[in-house]
Design a protein around this ligand. Structure first.
Ligand code: PLP
Length: 441
Protein backbone atom coordinates (compact mmCIF):
# COMPACT_ATOMS: atom_id res chain seq x y z
CA UNK A 1 0.00 0.00 0.00
CA UNK A 2 1.45 3.37 -0.95
CA UNK A 3 1.04 6.13 1.56
CA UNK A 4 -0.01 9.62 0.59
CA UNK A 5 2.99 11.92 1.09
CA UNK A 6 2.74 14.30 4.02
CA UNK A 7 2.23 17.98 3.37
CA UNK A 8 4.95 20.37 4.49
CA UNK A 9 2.91 21.44 7.50
CA UNK A 10 2.17 17.84 8.44
CA UNK A 11 5.73 16.72 8.31
CA UNK A 12 6.95 19.71 10.28
CA UNK A 13 4.33 19.03 12.97
CA UNK A 14 5.09 15.31 13.12
CA UNK A 15 8.87 15.69 13.18
CA UNK A 16 8.54 18.26 15.94
CA UNK A 17 6.21 16.00 17.90
CA UNK A 18 8.34 12.86 17.78
CA UNK A 19 11.94 13.93 17.24
CA UNK A 20 14.34 16.28 18.90
CA UNK A 21 15.90 19.09 16.86
CA UNK A 22 19.53 19.72 17.68
CA UNK A 23 21.05 22.77 19.39
CA UNK A 24 17.60 24.27 19.92
CA UNK A 25 14.80 24.94 22.31
CA UNK A 26 12.13 22.92 20.56
CA UNK A 27 9.47 25.65 20.61
CA UNK A 28 11.84 27.92 18.67
CA UNK A 29 12.64 25.62 15.76
CA UNK A 30 11.00 26.34 12.44
CA UNK A 31 12.28 23.66 10.06
CA UNK A 32 11.97 23.92 6.28
CA UNK A 33 10.09 20.87 5.03
CA UNK A 34 12.16 19.21 2.30
CA UNK A 35 10.86 16.62 -0.12
CA UNK A 36 13.48 16.37 -2.86
CA UNK A 37 16.66 17.92 -4.18
CA UNK A 38 18.72 18.16 -7.35
CA UNK A 39 21.87 20.07 -8.21
CA UNK A 40 22.02 23.27 -6.18
CA UNK A 41 18.30 23.22 -5.34
CA UNK A 42 15.86 21.58 -2.98
CA UNK A 43 12.07 21.71 -2.87
CA UNK A 44 9.35 21.62 -0.24
CA UNK A 45 6.51 19.10 -0.70
CA UNK A 46 4.43 21.99 -2.11
CA UNK A 47 7.12 22.74 -4.66
CA UNK A 48 8.70 25.90 -3.24
CA UNK A 49 12.26 25.92 -4.53
CA UNK A 50 15.34 26.89 -2.52
CA UNK A 51 18.87 27.57 -3.66
CA UNK A 52 20.98 25.52 -1.26
CA UNK A 53 23.53 28.22 -0.49
CA UNK A 54 25.03 26.27 2.40
CA UNK A 55 25.27 22.84 0.70
CA UNK A 56 22.97 21.74 3.55
CA UNK A 57 25.61 21.60 6.28
CA UNK A 58 28.61 22.67 4.18
CA UNK A 59 28.68 19.11 2.98
CA UNK A 60 26.78 18.34 -0.25
CA UNK A 61 29.79 19.58 -2.21
CA UNK A 62 28.99 17.77 -5.48
CA UNK A 63 25.39 19.03 -5.44
CA UNK A 64 22.26 17.01 -4.88
CA UNK A 65 21.10 13.88 -6.67
CA UNK A 66 24.18 13.01 -8.70
CA UNK A 67 23.20 9.79 -10.47
CA UNK A 68 26.72 8.36 -10.38
CA UNK A 69 26.75 8.35 -6.59
CA UNK A 70 23.12 7.25 -6.33
CA UNK A 71 23.87 4.26 -8.56
CA UNK A 72 27.03 3.33 -6.68
CA UNK A 73 25.05 3.30 -3.43
CA UNK A 74 22.24 1.25 -4.95
CA UNK A 75 24.66 -1.26 -6.46
CA UNK A 76 26.56 -1.67 -3.21
CA UNK A 77 23.42 -2.12 -1.12
CA UNK A 78 22.20 -4.78 -3.51
CA UNK A 79 25.52 -6.64 -3.60
CA UNK A 80 26.85 -6.36 -0.07
CA UNK A 81 25.08 -3.92 2.22
CA UNK A 82 27.17 -4.68 5.25
CA UNK A 83 30.19 -6.65 6.37
CA UNK A 84 31.71 -6.29 9.79
CA UNK A 85 34.97 -4.39 10.31
CA UNK A 86 37.07 -7.53 10.59
CA UNK A 87 36.28 -8.37 6.95
CA UNK A 88 37.99 -7.05 3.85
CA UNK A 89 35.67 -5.57 1.23
CA UNK A 90 36.26 -4.09 -2.19
CA UNK A 91 34.94 -0.60 -1.43
CA UNK A 92 37.13 -0.40 1.68
CA UNK A 93 40.16 -1.62 -0.27
CA UNK A 94 39.67 0.82 -3.12
CA UNK A 95 38.74 3.81 -0.99
CA UNK A 96 41.85 3.55 1.18
CA UNK A 97 44.04 3.43 -1.94
CA UNK A 98 42.18 6.36 -3.53
CA UNK A 99 42.42 8.53 -0.40
CA UNK A 100 46.14 7.78 -0.16
CA UNK A 101 46.45 9.38 -3.63
CA UNK A 102 44.58 12.58 -2.84
CA UNK A 103 45.61 13.28 0.77
CA UNK A 104 48.80 15.25 1.37
CA UNK A 105 52.31 13.88 1.92
CA UNK A 106 52.70 10.37 3.30
CA UNK A 107 49.20 10.19 4.78
CA UNK A 108 48.19 6.80 3.44
CA UNK A 109 46.38 4.79 6.12
CA UNK A 110 42.78 5.49 7.15
CA UNK A 111 40.41 4.54 9.91
CA UNK A 112 36.80 4.85 8.71
CA UNK A 113 34.06 6.14 10.99
CA UNK A 114 30.44 7.21 10.71
CA UNK A 115 31.02 10.94 10.75
CA UNK A 116 33.22 13.86 11.71
CA UNK A 117 32.95 13.68 15.48
CA UNK A 118 34.01 10.04 15.50
CA UNK A 119 36.89 10.82 13.19
CA UNK A 120 38.11 13.33 15.77
CA UNK A 121 37.48 10.93 18.67
CA UNK A 122 39.67 8.38 16.95
CA UNK A 123 42.30 10.98 16.08
CA UNK A 124 42.58 11.66 19.81
CA UNK A 125 42.91 7.93 20.51
CA UNK A 126 45.60 7.58 17.86
CA UNK A 127 47.52 10.60 19.14
CA UNK A 128 47.39 9.42 22.75
CA UNK A 129 48.32 5.83 21.94
CA UNK A 130 51.10 6.89 19.55
CA UNK A 131 52.73 9.47 21.85
CA UNK A 132 51.91 7.96 25.24
CA UNK A 133 50.91 11.50 26.29
CA UNK A 134 47.44 12.61 27.31
CA UNK A 135 46.78 16.33 26.73
CA UNK A 136 45.19 17.68 23.58
CA UNK A 137 45.44 21.33 22.59
CA UNK A 138 42.47 22.79 20.73
CA UNK A 139 41.39 26.32 19.83
CA UNK A 140 38.51 28.35 21.21
CA UNK A 141 36.98 29.36 17.89
CA UNK A 142 36.32 25.81 16.78
CA UNK A 143 33.78 23.06 16.37
CA UNK A 144 34.90 19.44 16.35
CA UNK A 145 31.66 17.52 16.88
CA UNK A 146 29.17 16.69 19.60
CA UNK A 147 30.28 13.32 21.02
CA UNK A 148 31.78 13.35 24.51
CA UNK A 149 35.39 13.85 23.48
CA UNK A 150 34.77 15.96 20.38
CA UNK A 151 32.55 18.42 22.22
CA UNK A 152 35.32 18.85 24.78
CA UNK A 153 37.71 19.68 21.94
CA UNK A 154 35.17 22.14 20.59
CA UNK A 155 35.96 25.64 21.76
CA UNK A 156 32.75 27.46 20.89
CA UNK A 157 29.77 27.83 23.26
CA UNK A 158 28.29 24.49 22.20
CA UNK A 159 30.89 23.03 24.60
CA UNK A 160 29.54 24.71 27.71
CA UNK A 161 26.66 22.33 28.42
CA UNK A 162 29.01 19.33 28.18
CA UNK A 163 31.50 20.50 30.78
CA UNK A 164 33.61 19.40 32.55
CA UNK A 165 33.98 16.98 29.63
CA UNK A 166 36.99 14.94 28.61
CA UNK A 167 40.03 15.43 30.81
CA UNK A 168 43.22 16.78 29.34
CA UNK A 169 41.87 19.25 26.78
CA UNK A 170 43.56 22.65 26.85
CA UNK A 171 42.16 25.48 24.77
CA UNK A 172 44.39 28.09 23.19
CA UNK A 173 43.44 31.41 21.63
CA UNK A 174 43.16 31.69 17.87
CA UNK A 175 45.02 34.24 15.77
CA UNK A 176 41.59 35.88 15.26
CA UNK A 177 39.93 37.75 18.12
CA UNK A 178 36.57 38.79 16.69
CA UNK A 179 35.75 41.57 14.27
CA UNK A 180 36.62 44.41 16.63
CA UNK A 181 40.08 43.20 17.71
CA UNK A 182 40.92 41.45 14.46
CA UNK A 183 43.98 39.33 13.74
CA UNK A 184 47.30 38.73 15.47
CA UNK A 185 50.32 38.80 13.27
CA UNK A 186 51.68 35.31 12.66
CA UNK A 187 54.73 35.70 14.91
CA UNK A 188 52.57 36.78 17.88
CA UNK A 189 50.09 33.94 17.34
CA UNK A 190 52.88 31.37 17.22
CA UNK A 191 54.69 32.85 20.22
CA UNK A 192 51.47 32.60 22.23
CA UNK A 193 51.01 29.00 21.15
CA UNK A 194 54.58 28.11 22.11
CA UNK A 195 54.13 29.80 25.47
CA UNK A 196 51.06 27.64 26.15
CA UNK A 197 53.00 24.53 25.14
CA UNK A 198 55.79 25.44 27.55
CA UNK A 199 53.40 26.26 30.39
CA UNK A 200 51.49 23.00 29.93
CA UNK A 201 54.65 20.91 29.55
CA UNK A 202 55.35 19.66 26.02
CA UNK A 203 55.98 16.12 27.31
CA UNK A 204 52.30 15.97 28.41
CA UNK A 205 50.81 17.04 25.05
CA UNK A 206 49.79 14.35 22.54
CA UNK A 207 48.28 16.53 19.85
CA UNK A 208 47.09 19.92 18.69
CA UNK A 209 43.78 19.75 16.81
CA UNK A 210 42.75 22.64 14.61
CA UNK A 211 40.38 23.33 11.78
CA UNK A 212 42.70 24.20 8.89
CA UNK A 213 40.23 26.88 7.83
CA UNK A 214 37.79 27.41 10.69
CA UNK A 215 34.21 26.79 9.54
CA UNK A 216 31.17 27.68 11.62
CA UNK A 217 33.18 29.99 13.83
CA UNK A 218 33.82 32.37 11.00
CA UNK A 219 35.59 31.06 7.86
CA UNK A 220 38.88 32.02 9.46
CA UNK A 221 41.59 31.64 6.86
CA UNK A 222 44.94 31.34 8.65
CA UNK A 223 47.47 34.06 7.88
CA UNK A 224 50.37 32.86 5.71
CA UNK A 225 53.02 31.19 7.81
CA UNK A 226 50.69 30.25 10.65
CA UNK A 227 50.10 26.62 9.69
CA UNK A 228 53.75 26.13 8.77
CA UNK A 229 54.65 27.60 12.16
CA UNK A 230 52.22 25.25 13.92
CA UNK A 231 53.74 22.36 11.97
CA UNK A 232 57.24 23.38 13.11
CA UNK A 233 56.21 23.74 16.77
CA UNK A 234 54.48 20.35 16.71
CA UNK A 235 57.58 18.74 15.18
CA UNK A 236 59.86 20.49 17.67
CA UNK A 237 57.91 19.22 20.69
CA UNK A 238 56.81 15.79 19.39
CA UNK A 239 53.17 16.86 19.35
CA UNK A 240 50.93 15.44 16.61
CA UNK A 241 49.39 18.06 14.35
CA UNK A 242 45.76 17.06 13.79
CA UNK A 243 43.99 18.96 11.03
CA UNK A 244 40.21 18.78 11.17
CA UNK A 245 39.13 19.04 7.53
CA UNK A 246 35.62 17.76 8.12
CA UNK A 247 34.23 20.99 6.67
CA UNK A 248 37.20 22.44 4.77
CA UNK A 249 38.16 19.26 2.91
CA UNK A 250 37.02 17.93 -0.46
CA UNK A 251 37.29 20.98 -2.63
CA UNK A 252 35.44 23.44 -0.43
CA UNK A 253 38.43 25.80 -0.36
CA UNK A 254 39.54 25.15 -3.95
CA UNK A 255 42.03 22.41 -3.08
CA UNK A 256 41.39 18.80 -2.16
CA UNK A 257 42.29 19.72 1.41
CA UNK A 258 42.77 23.18 2.85
CA UNK A 259 46.27 22.29 4.10
CA UNK A 260 47.27 21.98 0.44
CA UNK A 261 47.10 25.79 0.11
CA UNK A 262 50.03 26.04 2.50
CA UNK A 263 51.76 22.75 1.58
CA UNK A 264 51.57 21.55 5.16
CA UNK A 265 51.34 17.85 5.99
CA UNK A 266 49.61 17.19 9.32
CA UNK A 267 50.22 13.95 11.19
CA UNK A 268 46.52 13.17 11.33
CA UNK A 269 43.81 14.52 9.05
CA UNK A 270 40.12 14.07 9.79
CA UNK A 271 37.34 14.21 7.21
CA UNK A 272 33.62 13.50 6.72
CA UNK A 273 30.91 15.66 5.04
CA UNK A 274 32.37 16.14 1.53
CA UNK A 275 33.90 12.65 1.61
CA UNK A 276 30.52 11.26 0.53
CA UNK A 277 28.93 14.66 -0.14
CA UNK A 278 26.67 13.44 2.71
CA UNK A 279 24.69 11.08 0.48
CA UNK A 280 25.31 8.53 3.24
CA UNK A 281 27.31 8.99 6.45
CA UNK A 282 31.05 8.36 6.45
CA UNK A 283 34.04 9.88 8.19
CA UNK A 284 37.71 9.00 8.33
CA UNK A 285 40.95 9.82 10.03
CA UNK A 286 44.03 9.63 7.84
CA UNK A 287 47.48 9.12 9.33
CA UNK A 288 51.04 9.44 8.16
CA UNK A 289 52.93 6.24 7.50
CA UNK A 290 55.10 6.37 10.66
CA UNK A 291 52.01 6.62 12.83
CA UNK A 292 50.42 3.63 11.15
CA UNK A 293 53.69 1.73 11.65
CA UNK A 294 53.34 2.18 15.42
CA UNK A 295 50.27 -0.05 15.33
CA UNK A 296 52.04 -2.89 13.51
CA UNK A 297 52.91 -4.61 16.74
CA UNK A 298 50.78 -2.60 19.14
CA UNK A 299 47.03 -2.98 19.39
CA UNK A 300 44.94 -0.08 18.12
CA UNK A 301 42.32 0.31 20.83
CA UNK A 302 39.33 1.62 18.92
CA UNK A 303 36.36 0.24 17.02
CA UNK A 304 32.89 0.79 15.62
CA UNK A 305 30.22 -1.57 14.28
CA UNK A 306 30.08 0.59 11.16
CA UNK A 307 33.82 1.06 10.70
CA UNK A 308 34.48 0.91 6.92
CA UNK A 309 30.79 0.46 6.12
CA UNK A 310 30.67 -0.87 2.54
CA UNK A 311 27.87 1.50 1.48
CA UNK A 312 29.69 4.51 2.90
CA UNK A 313 32.96 3.48 1.27
CA UNK A 314 31.24 2.87 -2.09
CA UNK A 315 29.54 6.26 -1.87
CA UNK A 316 32.86 7.95 -1.06
CA UNK A 317 34.60 6.30 -4.01
CA UNK A 318 31.86 7.42 -6.37
CA UNK A 319 31.88 10.93 -4.88
CA UNK A 320 35.64 11.25 -5.32
CA UNK A 321 35.10 10.05 -8.88
CA UNK A 322 32.68 12.94 -9.42
CA UNK A 323 35.14 15.54 -8.05
CA UNK A 324 37.73 14.19 -10.48
CA UNK A 325 35.56 13.64 -13.58
CA UNK A 326 33.88 17.03 -13.32
CA UNK A 327 37.04 18.83 -12.14
CA UNK A 328 35.15 20.24 -9.18
CA UNK A 329 38.26 21.24 -7.23
CA UNK A 330 39.40 23.48 -10.09
CA UNK A 331 35.85 24.71 -10.48
CA UNK A 332 35.63 25.68 -6.81
CA UNK A 333 38.80 27.68 -7.31
CA UNK A 334 37.57 29.57 -10.37
CA UNK A 335 34.00 30.09 -9.16
CA UNK A 336 35.51 30.97 -5.80
CA UNK A 337 37.41 33.82 -7.45
CA UNK A 338 34.08 35.17 -8.76
CA UNK A 339 32.52 34.79 -5.30
CA UNK A 340 35.38 36.78 -3.79
CA UNK A 341 34.58 39.65 -6.16
CA UNK A 342 30.88 39.44 -5.37
CA UNK A 343 31.65 39.54 -1.65
CA UNK A 344 33.92 42.53 -2.17
CA UNK A 345 31.12 44.31 -4.06
CA UNK A 346 28.75 43.70 -1.16
CA UNK A 347 31.33 45.06 1.26
CA UNK A 348 31.84 48.17 -0.88
CA UNK A 349 28.12 48.86 -1.21
CA UNK A 350 26.61 47.95 2.14
CA UNK A 351 27.61 49.79 5.30
CA UNK A 352 26.45 46.85 7.45
CA UNK A 353 29.12 44.59 5.99
CA UNK A 354 32.00 44.72 8.46
CA UNK A 355 34.03 41.94 6.87
CA UNK A 356 33.66 39.38 4.12
CA UNK A 357 36.02 36.42 4.01
CA UNK A 358 36.28 33.52 1.61
CA UNK A 359 38.56 30.88 0.23
CA UNK A 360 37.25 28.87 -2.71
CA UNK A 361 33.51 28.45 -2.18
CA UNK A 362 33.83 28.75 1.60
CA UNK A 363 32.57 32.22 2.48
CA UNK A 364 31.06 34.35 5.20
CA UNK A 365 29.91 37.89 5.83
CA UNK A 366 30.16 39.59 9.24
CA UNK A 367 27.59 42.31 9.81
CA UNK A 368 28.10 45.35 12.00
CA UNK A 369 26.11 48.29 13.36
CA UNK A 370 28.91 50.75 12.84
CA UNK A 371 31.78 50.86 10.43
CA UNK A 372 33.72 52.94 12.95
CA UNK A 373 33.42 50.78 16.08
CA UNK A 374 32.67 47.53 14.20
CA UNK A 375 30.09 46.66 16.84
CA UNK A 376 28.64 43.31 15.66
CA UNK A 377 25.00 43.22 14.42
CA UNK A 378 24.38 40.52 17.06
CA UNK A 379 26.33 39.81 20.23
CA UNK A 380 28.72 36.85 20.67
CA UNK A 381 26.61 33.68 20.92
CA UNK A 382 23.43 35.71 20.42
CA UNK A 383 21.09 37.06 17.80
CA UNK A 384 19.25 40.29 17.10
CA UNK A 385 16.07 41.56 15.44
CA UNK A 386 18.01 42.50 12.33
CA UNK A 387 19.79 39.16 11.94
CA UNK A 388 16.49 37.35 12.38
CA UNK A 389 14.82 39.59 9.82
CA UNK A 390 17.65 38.87 7.38
CA UNK A 391 17.16 35.14 7.92
CA UNK A 392 13.43 35.49 7.27
CA UNK A 393 14.12 37.46 4.10
CA UNK A 394 16.48 34.80 2.71
CA UNK A 395 13.92 32.11 3.44
CA UNK A 396 11.08 34.03 1.84
CA UNK A 397 13.22 34.63 -1.25
CA UNK A 398 14.11 30.93 -1.53
CA UNK A 399 17.74 31.28 -0.53
CA UNK A 400 18.81 28.78 2.10
CA UNK A 401 21.89 29.57 4.12
CA UNK A 402 23.05 29.54 7.71
CA UNK A 403 22.63 32.77 9.67
CA UNK A 404 24.61 32.60 12.90
CA UNK A 405 25.23 35.36 15.45
CA UNK A 406 26.27 38.40 13.36
CA UNK A 407 27.25 36.31 10.34
CA UNK A 408 25.83 34.45 7.39
CA UNK A 409 27.49 31.90 5.11
CA UNK A 410 27.99 31.62 1.36
CA UNK A 411 28.85 27.93 0.82
CA UNK A 412 27.10 26.69 -2.32
CA UNK A 413 27.69 23.27 -3.88
CA UNK A 414 30.85 23.34 -5.98
CA UNK A 415 28.77 22.68 -9.11
CA UNK A 416 27.12 26.11 -8.93
CA UNK A 417 27.44 28.09 -12.16
CA UNK A 418 28.57 31.69 -12.26
CA UNK A 419 25.07 32.78 -13.34
CA UNK A 420 23.47 30.93 -10.42
CA UNK A 421 26.02 32.45 -8.06
CA UNK A 422 25.21 35.96 -9.30
CA UNK A 423 21.49 35.31 -8.86
CA UNK A 424 22.00 34.27 -5.26
CA UNK A 425 24.13 37.34 -4.58
CA UNK A 426 21.39 39.51 -6.04
CA UNK A 427 19.06 38.20 -3.30
CA UNK A 428 21.72 38.82 -0.66
CA UNK A 429 22.26 42.33 -2.03
CA UNK A 430 18.57 43.14 -1.49
CA UNK A 431 18.54 41.49 1.93
CA UNK A 432 21.37 43.62 3.22
CA UNK A 433 19.15 46.69 2.95
CA UNK A 434 17.56 45.34 6.14
CA UNK A 435 20.80 45.36 8.08
CA UNK A 436 22.00 48.59 6.46
CA UNK A 437 19.06 50.39 8.06
CA UNK A 438 20.44 49.53 11.50
CA UNK A 439 23.83 51.09 10.80
CA UNK A 440 24.49 54.26 12.80
CA UNK A 441 27.37 55.76 10.86
N1 PLP B 1 34.60 19.10 12.66
C1 PLP B 1 34.18 20.14 11.95
C2 PLP B 1 35.17 21.18 11.49
C3 PLP B 1 32.82 20.28 11.63
O1 PLP B 1 32.40 21.33 10.93
C4 PLP B 1 31.92 19.28 12.07
C5 PLP B 1 30.47 19.38 11.78
O2 PLP B 1 29.94 20.40 11.45
C6 PLP B 1 32.41 18.21 12.82
C7 PLP B 1 33.77 18.14 13.08
C8 PLP B 1 31.51 17.13 13.33
O3 PLP B 1 31.10 16.32 12.31
P1 PLP B 1 29.78 15.43 12.48
O4 PLP B 1 28.64 16.36 12.71
O5 PLP B 1 29.73 14.68 11.18
O6 PLP B 1 30.01 14.51 13.63
Amino acid sequence: ETQKPLSGDELVALTKKHSLYEWSAQSKVDPIPVARSKGIHFWTPEGKRFVDFNSQLMSVNIGHGDERVVRAIQDQVAKLAYANPFMATEPRARLGAKLAEITPGDIDVFFFTNAGAEANENAVKLARQFTGRHKILARYRSYHGATAGAISLTGDPRRWAAEPGMAGVVHVLDPYHGIQRGWDDTATALANLEETIQLEGPQTIAGFILETVTGTNGILVPPDGYLQGVRDLCTKYGILMICDEVMAGFGRTGEWFAVDHWKVVPDLLTMAKGLTASYVPLGAVGMRRHIAEHFKDKVFYGGLTYNSHPVGCAAALATIGVYQEDRLIERARSTGAVMKQLLAQLAAKHPSVGAARSIGLFGLVELVRSRKTLEPMAPFNGTSEEMQALGRFFRQEGLYTMVRWNTFFTNPPLVITEAQLREAFEIIDRGLEITDRAVRD
